[in-house]
Design a protein around this ligand. Structure first.
Ligand code: MRU
Length: 351
């Protein structure tokens, strides 16, 4: 039985990109239309759209928007291509850690480079590729969900961190895709969601989308996870990923590493759920993953109100890297990869 999720986070419509505005969840569930390449750059940077696979699709759509703008400016196809590749490279820089953004933008760059079409033909090819990536994302997530559901024990309580759900992808989700597929088979499972300071993606987004789909969820603060593990109340952990190195080291939302250490201590399996597009085989270990440093106000303020003394020092890395030794498996659309990750990752790309 397939789980039907109601959420579609991002979608190409006629000549613009329509997306859920994630900055206002859970107070509002509204869509915005992004109609220019520069606006897409800002939508990604300001996290109107967020989550590794979702920003990949947003980047691909953003390049179509730039292409539409360029088609009004240029008559020479080679000049158009040079200008557009420059814009696509710029789009890649809208956020640094999630490699899906660079992956999807690179797919569009290859189309621009290799196309033999005229300017309007290139715009159409980019648009069709954006729609294809969009549709594939949902199919890939369903496969991840189905593979992951096989390792979810009956009646399990699954802990997750941040939001790796339908709202972090085009739909269905990666970590929450595993939850959705498992719930379709066994409606006695439930989720514990870490709040995920500082931006509260767990509290604001994960609980919102699970409640919307009728899946039982309990919100806990980040510091509570070891307590519930020690009480035997957590059966497994499943989180998403922003970038996975060739050896399996995984960057995900700040706080993930702490959860992985706690899970190891309590002998609870800790899984990553992510598409192969999140794996960056060009880097050997997690040490090479660039970590986004975000604004200090995310830490000093909650809902616009200061929560600490003026003048305190702030450091705000958006992500941390979980060493591969702490990861029981990486759930992908090609199956569950197990250690040795250097071997299982390279085999997955060959399948
Ligand atoms: O800063 P965000 O909200 O974009 O970070 C998102 C995460 O860290 C997610 O867990 C990750 O992208 C996986 S999304 C399927």
């Amino acid at each position: 039985m397939e789980f039907k999720s109601k959420i579609k986070t991002i979608e190409w419509v006629d000549n613009y990109s329509k997306m859920v505005d994630q900055t206002v969840i859970p107070y509002e569930y509204k869509f915005i239309n992004v109609t220019t390449g520069d606006n897409m750059f800002h939508a990604i940077r300001d996290m109107i759209v967020r989550g590794a696979p979702a920003i990949g699709i947003a980047g691909a759509h953003g390049i179509v928007l730039y292409a539409q703008e360029g088609a009004k400016k240029f008559t020479n196809v080679e000049d158009f291509k040079i200008w557009l590749i420059d814009k696509a490279e710029y789009m890649k820089t809208s956020r640094p850690t999630a490699v899906n953004l660079m992956w999807a933008c690179q797919k569009q760059i290859e189309i621009i480079r290799n196309s033999k079409s005229d300017i309007n033909g290139i715009v159409e090819e980019l648009k069709q590729n954006g729609i294809k990536l969009e549709n594939e994302d949902i199919e890939i997530n369903k496969k991840i969900g189905d593979y992951g559901a096989e390792v979810v024990p009956k009646g399990a309580t699954i802990l997750t961190h941040c939001n790796a759900g339908a709202l972090a992808t085009v739909g269905y989700g990666t970590a929450l895709g595993v939850v959705r597929s498992a719930y379709a088979k066994d409606n006695t499972i439930q989720v514990f969601a870490d709040e995920t300071r500082p931006r509260q993606q767990g509290a604001r987004i994960t609980t919102f989308e699970l409640a919307m789909d009728g899946i039982p969820v309990t919100l806990i603060t980040d510091g509570m996870c070891s307590y519930f593990m020690s009480k035997g109340m957590i059966d497994m952990v499943v989180v998403g990923a922003d970038r996975i190195a060739a050896n399996g080291d995984t960057a995900n939302k700040i706080g993930t590493y702490t959860v992985a250490i706690a899970a190891k201590y309590h002998n609870i399996p800790f899984y990553i759920a992510a598409p192969l597009s999140t794996i960056d085989t060009s880097i050997k270990t997690g040490k090479e993953i660039p970590i986004e440093e975000r604004s200090h106000e995310e830490v000093t303020h909650i809902n616009g109100k200061r929560i600490c003394a003026e003048g305190v020092n702030i450091i705000n890395p958006g992500f941390d890297v979980t060493p591969h030794e702490l990861i029981a498996g990486i759930i992908t659309e090609k199956g569950i990869l197990r250690p040795d990750y250097n071997k299982s990752i390279s085999e997955a790309f060959e399948k």
